[in-house]
Design a protein around this ligand. Structure first.
Ligand code: BEZ
Length: 191
């Protein structure tokens, strides 16, 4: 799949004609909503787990030295916690551009922490996209993040903001928190 997903996302017409659509955020969308929204509610999606397996060429790295950012991977029994936003369909043009480096819109069921569920969209980077980096140990991911930076800033800021946002939501994510801990130890010279 091409690295630029804008055209593929424009063809995603499942919610055409809807006045508003729920969008599930599991990465930077949890802490950075740089778009207007009608409602924001903590939520989760079942059967998916968050992983720092996607390369970032345009935000937290460069084409020559990509950073590592999150995508979600199918895992039976897993629950991925995040934040749901109710947005008007026009917002997707902005989001498609912001997340053009490999992320496709996917239809998903999301469950609100305070009850109820709804069908909406999530952006996902699958392993067939050109920027996908895949699995590595959490220590190696922390080493990678420690060195990477791009137009949106240091890769470590992305990790730290995400970990803080998850903590503020009261959610434990062993993968994110393990990488955060490795990074802290690397920065203090203990690893
Ligand atoms: C998110 O935070 O849900 C998100 C992650 C990657 C691309 C788009 C959105």
């Amino acid at each position: 799949m091409t690295a630029n997903t804008i055209d593929a996302n424009k063809r995603m017409n499942k919610f055409d004609g809807h006045a508003s659509v729920w969008l599930f955020g599991y990465g930077s969308l949890i802490y950075k909503a740089d778009f207007p929204y009608l409602e924001r509610r903590p939520a989760s999606i079942a059967g998916w787990t968050r992983r720092f397996w996607q390369g970032s060429h345009d935000h937290r790295g460069t084409p020559d030295a990509p950073g590592r950012v999150v995508t979600i991977i199918r895992e039976a029994g897993a629950i991925c916690h995040g934040m749901a936003y109710l947005v008007t369909p026009e917002e997707f043009a902005h989001l498609d551009y912001r997340e053009k480096n490999g992320y496709l819109r996917l239809c998903t069921e999301m469950t609100f922490d305070d009850g109820g569920s709804v069908e909406g969209l999530v952006y996902i980077a699958t392993e067939d996209n050109k920027a996908f980096l895949g699995q590595a140990s959490e220590l190696d991911i922390a080493r990678h993040i420690a060195k990477a930076a791009g137009p949106s800033g240091p890769n470590s800021d992305y990790l730290n903001h995400l970990a803080r946002a998850l903590r503020e939501l009261g959610k434990h994510d062993p993968h994110v928190f393990a990488i955060e801990q490795h990074l802290q130890q690397l920065n203090s010279g203990k690893q």
